[in-house]
Design a protein around this ligand. Structure first.
Ligand code: KIV
Length: 296
C-alpha cells in the first residue's frame, strides 16, 4: 500500500489547529495505543493522535476507563511517540490523575509531556475543571477539553447516554465550552451531544471542536481506532462506521496458519533454513534425504 501523503504535510501543533479552523479545514483525529498503529495512522495523514483512556476498554479489557492508571497511559504514550512524526500527539489524563489538587494534576501532566513526550493533554469535564485547565496552561502545557459524555463519570451517570438533550443541559454545555476556551484550552472534544448543540458550540467558539457522536458540524472528527477497523467487541454505538473488519481478517489468518501447522503444511522448506553443502559433507548428511547424523 502506498504511503498516503497528507494534503498539508507540515507538523501539526496545538496552535495550528486554530488557524485550520479559521481556514475552514476539516481535520481528523484517531486514537492509537501502540507503535505499529501509531505509524500506520500517522503515515495515513491523520492530524491528531490521541492516546485515549479508551485504552482501558479496547486494549486492556477493563470494560470502562475508570481503572486506567497514569503509568499505563505513559507506557502507551511512549510507544505511540516512537511511531508519530507529523500528527499532534495528545495524552489522556486518566481518572484519578487530576482529582487530588492542582499540584498533583501538574505533576501528572508533566510526566505525560516530559517522559511520554506528548504535546498536549486531554482532561474530562467542563466548568468544574476550569481552574485546573488555567493552571496547566500557565505551566506551558496545552490542554484539550472534553465535555458532553465524559466516560470517566460512568459510576455517576449509570450508562453512556447522549448529553445536552434538555434546554438546560444544552445551555450548560455551551457554558462549559465558553469556560474552557476562556481558560486557554486549545480544542474541546464533544462526545455524544445532539448535532444541533454541537453546531451551536462549534460556531460560538474560536477553538476547534472535536466531535465523537456529535454530528457533522464539528471542526474535527475523532473515533476510537479499534471501532473504525472492526477490532472491537460488543455492540457498537450508532456513530461508529466500521471501515474494515479486522476481527474477521485476523481470525481467518490465525485459523489458516493453525490448520497448516497441524497438517504439516507449515513451515515449507522455503520458510526454513537449509544446511550449507559444506557442513552437510562434514557431517555426512545426505541432503536429498531426511537429515540423519551418521554415528561417528
Ligand atoms: O479516550 C478516548 O479515546 C477519548 C476519545 C473517544 C475522545 O476520549
Amino acid at each position: 500500500m502506498p504511503y498516503l501523503k497528507p494534503e498539508r504535510p507540515e507538523k501539526v501543533s496545538a496552535p495550528s489547529l486554530r488557524a485550520s479552523k479559521e481556514r475552514g479545514e476539516r481535520l481528523v483525529c484517531l486514537t492509537a495505543y501502540d507503535y505499529p498503529t501509531a505509524r500506520i495512522v500517522d503515515e495515513a495523514g491523520i492530524d491528531i493522535i490521541l492516546v485515549g483512556d479508551s485504552l482501558g476498554n479496547v486494549v486492556l479489557g477493563y470494560g470502562n476507563t475508570v481503572p486506567v492508571t497514569l503509568e499505563e497511559i505513559l507506557v502507551h504514550v511512549k510507544a505511540v511517540r516512537r511511531g508519530v512524526q507529523r500528527a499532534l500527539l495528545v495524552a489522556d489524563m486518566p481518572y484519578g490523575s487530576f482529582h487530588t489538587g492542582a499540584d498533583d494534576t501538574v505533576r501528572a501532566a508533566l510526566r505525560l509531556v516530559k517522559e511520554g513526550e506528548a504535546e498536549a493533554v486531554k482532561l474530562e469535564g467542563g466548568q468544574k475543571r476550569v481552574k485546573l485547565v488555567r493552571r496547566l496552561v500557565n505551566e506551558e502545557i496545552s490542554v484539550m477539553g472534553h465535555i458532553g459524555l465524559t466516560p470517566q463519570s460512568i459510576n455517576q451517570l449509570g450508562a453512556y447516554r447522549v448529553q445536552g438533550k434538555t434546554a438546560d443541559a444544552a445551555r450548560q454545555l455551551l457554558d462549559d465550552a465558553y469556560a474552557l476556551e476562556a481558560a486557554g484550552a486549545f480544542s474541546i472534544v464533544l462526545e455524544l451531544v445532539p448535532r444541533e448543540i454541537a453546531q451551536m458550540i462549534t460556531e460560538s467558539i474560536k477553538i476547534p471542536t472535536i466531535g465523537i457522536g456529535a454530528g457533522v458540524h464539528c471542526d474535527i472528527q475523532v473515533l476510537v481506532f479499534h471501532d473504525l477497523v472492526g477490532m472491537a467487541f460488543g455492540k457498537l454505538p450508532r456513530f461508529v462506521r466500521e471501515y474494515a473488519n479486522l476481527r474477521e481478517t485476523i481470525t481467518d489468518a490465525v485459523t489458516r496458519w493453525a490448520e497448516d501447522v497441524r497438517s504439516g503444511n507449515y513451515p515449507a522448506n522455503e520458510e526454513s533454513y537449509g544446511l550449507p553443502a559444506e557442513a552437510a559433507e562434514e557431517l555426512k548428511i545426505d541432503l536429498s534425504k531426511n537429515a540423519k547424523l551418521k554415528p561417528s
